[in-house]
Design a binder for this molecule. Structure first.
Ligand SMILES: [Ca+2]
Ligand SMILES: [Ca+2]
Length: 109
């Protein structure tokens, strides 16, 4: 019985999480079509469940989780500097640097 419940919980939340992530990937690609690195899989969420496993960019996204769509969330956190390296997330994505890594930032102009 416990195994059945555990399996049901895994399927419910595991699949829900997977689909949610896939939705964010699609939204990210739609929002930033010219970003060749497609960093969704490396900078938003690291493997493992729970907010404690989110990257800095992912945590910024989590703070705006009440917005209706992933697009709105992405636009809201464009003006945030998640890793506090001095560059807003939008600038980092345009420069294809990691918005969760303080040591990776756009080159000075
Ligand atoms: Ca930054
Ligand atoms: Ca950075």
């Amino acid at each position: 019985m416990k195994a059945t419940v555990a399996l049901a919980v895994f399927l419910l939340f595991g699949l829900q999480s997977a689909f949610a992530s896939f939705g964010y990937f699609k939204a990210f690609d739609a929002q930033y079509p010219n970003n060749s690195l497609k960093r969704c899989d490396t900078c938003h969420i690291v493997p493992g469940p729970g907010v404690d496993n989110l990257t800095l960019y992912g945590k910024s996204m989590w703070e705006f989780r009440d917005l209706a769509t992933a697009k709105e969330m992405l636009e809201a956190i464009e003006l945030v500097d998640s890793d506090e390296d001095g560059f807003l997330n939008k600038a980092e994505i345009e420069a294809e640097t990691n918005p969760s890594d303080k040591a990776d930032f756009p080159a000075e102009q």
